[in-house]
Design a protein around this ligand. Structure first.
Ligand code: ZN
Length: 228
């Protein structure tokens, strides 16, 4: 009742278009839900590499690569990601994870994974932001897919930025030593679904996948909210 009263006094706006939402809508309005640029990466034949998997080809084996949305600047997806990252909307991350997790479950993907693991934030950044946006998405995905979820399986040792103007090689050198698995027994023999908010070059996911496989993970797949 209190929630009803609150939403009457302060109507919630859509995280994707900032427009007012109708009763019964949550996080993303129906119009945006219809118009979001879905990748449909989950519909790809299991035998062929999709464009996201090709980013890892020759670098690290990635079993499946999924992104829920195409990243487009100045649009709904950018607004969603911005709110998730900088406006404290961690519950939006969980909501997106649940949406995508249900979709992947409809296509029987949960049977392909044993564990959901997010790309970690450095602890100083985690303290500043209060939450890891990749982990919010991971949590929603894990819940919807009924899979175990380990927020701390990967550890980020250095508070480095991968979004610098450095060359790809420098960037790779930069991230290569950044991630480690403090307790290999958590991932040993597991088919890990590695989760992040955005995939750009794929260098961060690549470095995490290398660390997971080195720690004994059986295989690694990746899932992000959006891919550029
Ligand atoms: Zn909207």
């Amino acid at each position: 009742m209190f929630d009803d009263l609150l939403s009457l006094l302060f109507p919630r706006s859509c995280y994707a278009c900032d427009g007012a939402m109708a009763r019964g809508e949550s996080y993303i309005c129906t119009n945006c839900s219809v118009k979001l640029p879905y990748t449909e990466a989950h519909l790809q034949e299991a035998t062929e590499l999709n464009p996201l998997q090709r980013r890892f080809w020759g670098k690290v084996p990635v079993r499946f690569a999924f992104a829920y949305l195409h990243f487009m600047p100045k649009g709904r997806v950018q607004r969603l990601l911005h709110k998730l990252k900088y406006k404290g909307a961690h519950e939006l991350g969980e909501h997106l994870g649940q949406r995508y997790g249900s979709l992947l479950s409809d296509h029987r993907y949960p049977a392909q994974f044993d564990l959901v693991v997010p790309v970690p934030l450095h602890h100083s950044k985690l303290r500043r932001r209060g939450y890891n946006q990749a982990d919010s998405f991971a949590k929603g995905l894990a819940e919807a897919m009924q899979l175990p979820h380990q927020s701390t399986a990967l550890h980020r040792a250095v508070a480095t930025s991968t979004q610098t103007s450095k060359s790809r090689f420098d960037r790779w050198q930069n991230v290569e030593q950044v991630f480690r698995v403090p307790k290999p027994e958590l991932v040993h023999g597991k088919r890990v679904l590695l989760v992040d908010d955005v995939m750009t070059t794929g260098a961060t996911l690549e470095a995490c996948a290398v660390a997971l496989l080195a720690a004994g993970a059986a295989e690694v797949s990746v899932a992000t909210i959006a891919a550029a």
